[in-house]
Design a protein around this ligand. Structure first.
Ligand code: ZN
Ligand code: ZN
Length: 199
C-alpha cells in the first residue's frame, strides 16, 4: 500500500545521517564492528558508519607500559573524525591512562570521542566477549552524550567495579537514562543534519 503524498509537507530527509563514526584502530574483526554499530542504532538511535580500519596512532604508544594511552587515542580520533558527528575507536590493543594501569573504555564526558579495547575481554566464551564489547561501547557513548553514572540496578550506566560485573548489567538503560539519551541524540542528529545542509 502506498501512502498518499502530501505536497504541503516537506519530504523526509532522503538519507539517514550518521551520528557516529566507528573507527577500527588496528585489526578488529568486522563482525564486532557491525555488532557494535547495530546496537548503537537499535538501543540509542545512534546511526553509525563504520570507517575503514586505520593503524593505532603511533604517538599514543607508551613504550614503558607496552600499551596505548587512551587519552592520546581520543585526541587522535578527534582530529580524524570531523564534527559534529561523534567518534568511537575500537581497538584490539591494550589501552591505559596515565593514572590507570588499564581501561576497557575511555570517553570524553559530554565531548565527541570514546575508545574501547577488546584486549582485556579474554578468558570467556566468544558470546560473552561480544556482549561485553557492546555493553562497554554503549556505556562509553552515553558518557560522550553527557550522561554520568547511574545508581539504578538495572541500568547500563551503573559503574561496574570489575569486568565480571559487566555481565550482570542488562543491555539496556533505565527510563531516566533512556529519556536523556533520546533527548541528546535528537539534538545531535539535528546538528549533524544542519552541518550537512550547510555544505
Ligand atoms: Zn562509566
Ligand atoms: Zn540509568
Amino acid at each position: 500500500m502506498t501512502k498518499p503524498s502530501r505536497p504541503d509537507t516537506p519530504p523526509p530527509p532522503d538519507t539517514p545521517v550518521a551520528a557516529v563514526r566507528l573507527v577500527p584502530l588496528g585489526p578488529v574483526d568486522a563482525f564486532s564492528c557491525q555488532l557494535v554499530a547495530a546496537n548503537l542504532q537499535a538501543l540509542m538511535d545512534l546511526t553509525t558508519d563504520i570507517l575503514p580500519p586505520r593503524p593505532v596512532f603511533p604517538d599514543a604508544f607508551m613504550e614503558t607500559r607496552r600499551q596505548y594511552d587512551a587519552v592520546k587515542l581520543i585526541k587522535g580520533l578527534a582530529e580524524a573524525v570531523p564534527g559534529p558527528a561523534l567518534g568511537l575507536g575500537l581497538t584490539g590493543s591494550d589501552i591505559g591512562t596515565p593514572i590507570l594501569t588499564y581501561v576497557l573504555g575511555e570517553s570524553q564526558l559530554g565531548g565527541r570521542m570514546a575508545v574501547v579495547s577488546t584486549y582485556r575481554l579474554t578468558g570467556v566464551g566468544h558470546r560473552i566477549k561480544l556482549e561485553r564489547l557492546v555493553k562497554i561501547s554503549l556505556h562509553e557513548m552515553a558518557h560522550v552524550l553527557g550522561l554520568g553514572h547511574c545508581w539504578q540496578p538495572q541500568c547500563l550506566m551503573r559503574s561496574p567495579r570489575n569486568v565480571g560485573q559487566i555481565d550482570e548489567l542488562p543491555l539496556d538503560f533505565c527510563d531516566t537514562c533512556r529519556y536523556e539519551i533520546g533527548r541528546r541524540v535528537r539534538r545531535l542528529l539535528q546538528e549533524v543534519r544542519a552541518a550537512l545542509d550547510g555544505l
